[in-house]
Design a protein around this ligand. Structure first.
Ligand code: HAM
Length: 439
């Protein structure tokens, strides 16, 4: 037998004991609730996909992080590192028969062989919400509103987080104006994407490595450092292509303001998104203190469906991870109550009352209550202690006196008050939320 150490958890993966599961369930519930309020329907797909789906569509950064292998049938496959290519593949087959716009959401588990750092794991869950079939900024605003509400549903407010938005078309117009050649674009975007974390010197070196002209490097660094909407407008006042590329974001902003979400949104030229398929407005959600990595990232990808063989359909959506959100909730003391709890703990004095007690437990469970009892004979004191540890709201006690009259003593575990109730009436009017009348 190998020593137990050789079975330790793989780095970047999580064990999820019930206390942690409470947080995951809380996050998923808030995500489902927000997506539901905006009329999104839940879908899922396979966790394993053909490798080519990502190699061609996601871009080099994710491809380097793939868990890929050859299956027993000789196919090159990869664990999904993101959901968007799967969504595009599914819709490439089905979108023709679906009314547009399509609003779909999913909560997949994703796998990326990342360098280990805070908030970055090798598996995580992501809320994905996408609108397919609608090209205008109202769809971009709608998905961003879902993202904001999904975070607000967890108790965070505009004081805690913000959405930083940009537009890939605007980035292209600005880079054209600054003289960055088109064939160096992906390198420039990667440098801009990393600029905030890397700092100015490292970003300059990176841009210089792309053999850009000195004026272009300085221009890109300036725009990233200033990053403001007014600054951009002043700087490119004479450039009609840049000014024109600013208008979708203006409409986007006015829609979000009309939705009451204006305070959550800020323009930031440094948000360009690492993935290859984005074509329009892009955004990321960050904690305002800037302590954590992005909570969420998304944007418009109008060509992806066509690229995977579907009809050409515009699309926009986002992915929101559970890891960073969990850390922020922990830090803000917004973790859900993870204590065990149940509605009833059934206890009996002697073995002669066991059958009656088990029957009471069955009735309560049938009524939808969560019920525990000791799986072995135990003294009443021990049973009541166990009821306390289990977080029972009430104890149901069956002793010889109760058995003789076909009743049980129901004790409120918080107040200690108790009342005798006929066993046959125990489950009547009882529900998981409790029934004060019972006591
Ligand atoms: P992404 O920016 O790669 O976008 O990931 C979105 C979010 O997932 C991140 O902001 C982060 O919260 C979380 N995340 C990503 N990687 C990790 C990791 N290794 N560990 C923990 N959390 C992580 C996408 O995946 C796009 N497919 C989103 C999208 C959907 N765009 C359009 N529709």
């Amino acid at each position: 037998m190998p020593a137990s150490g050789s079975f330790s958890r793989l780095p970047g993966f999580r064990d999820v004991p019930p206390e942690e599961m409470a947080l995951r369930r809380r996050i998923f519930a808030a995500w489902r609730e927000a997506a539901g309020r905006y009329g999104f329907r839940e879908y899922d797909g396979p966790p394993l996909e053909p490798l080519g789906l990502y190699v061609e569509k996601s871009g080099p950064e994710i491809v380097e992080q793939l868990y890929e292998f050859e299956d027993k049938g000789g196919r090159r496959v990869a664990l999904r590192p993101e959901m968007t290519p799967t969504l595009a593949r599914i819709l490439a087959e089905r979108s023709r028969s679906l009314p547009k716009p399509i609003r779909w959401f999913s909560i997949p588990q994703l796998f990326r062989y990342e360098r280990r750092q805070r908030g970055r794991l090798r598996e995580h869950f992501q809320l994905n919400a996408d609108i397919v079939g609608e090209p205008g900024p109202a769809a971009d605003a709608e998905v961003l509103a879902v993202a904001i509400d999904a975070v607000r549903g967890l108790g965070l407010t505009e004081r805690d987080f913000e959405a930083r938005v940009n537009d890939r078309r605007l980035v292209d117009a600005v880079l054209d104006a600054l003289g960055a050649p088109r064939d160096a674009r992906s390198g420039v975007l990667a440098a801009v994407d990393k600029a905030e974390r890397a700092g100015q010197d490292a970003t300059r070196k990176r841009l210089e490595g792309l053999e850009l002209e000195r004026g272009t490097v300085a221009g890109v660094l300036d725009v990233v450092a200033d990053g403001s909407w007014d600054g951009l407008r002043r700087r490119f006042a004479g450039d009609s292509a840049v000014l024109q590329a600013m208008s979708p974001l203006e409409e986007h902003r006015s829609i979000l303001s009309a939705m009451g979400l204006g305070d959550y949104v800020r323009f930031d030229f440094a948000v360009v998104r690492g993935l290859a398929y984005y074509t329009g407005i892009v955004f990321e959600l960050f904690d305002r203190a800037g302590e954590f990595r992005a909570i969420c990232g998304g944007g418009r990808y109008d060509r992806l469906l066509e690229l995977v063989g579907g009809e050409p359909l515009p699309a926009v959506g986002f992915g929101m991870g559970d890891a960073v959100l969990g850390e922020i909730l922990r830090e803000r003391n917004l973790l859900p109550d993870a204590q065990p709890s149940c509605d009833y703990y059934v206890a009996w004095v002697g073995d002669e009352q066991r059958t009656l007690a088990l029957d009471a437990a069955r009735r309560l469970r049938q009524a939808g209550c969560s019920v525990l009892y000791s799986l072995r004979s135990q003294a009443m004191g021990k049973q009541l202690k166990a009821a306390g540890r289990a977080g029972a709201a009430r104890a149901v006690i069956v002793g010889p006196d109760e058995a003789a009259t076909g009743s049980a003593t129901v004790r409120d575990m918080t107040t200690g008050r108790q009342k005798t109730r006929p066993l046959s009436a125990l489950a009547v009017g009882s529900g998981p939320s409790g029934d004060d009348e019972a006591i």
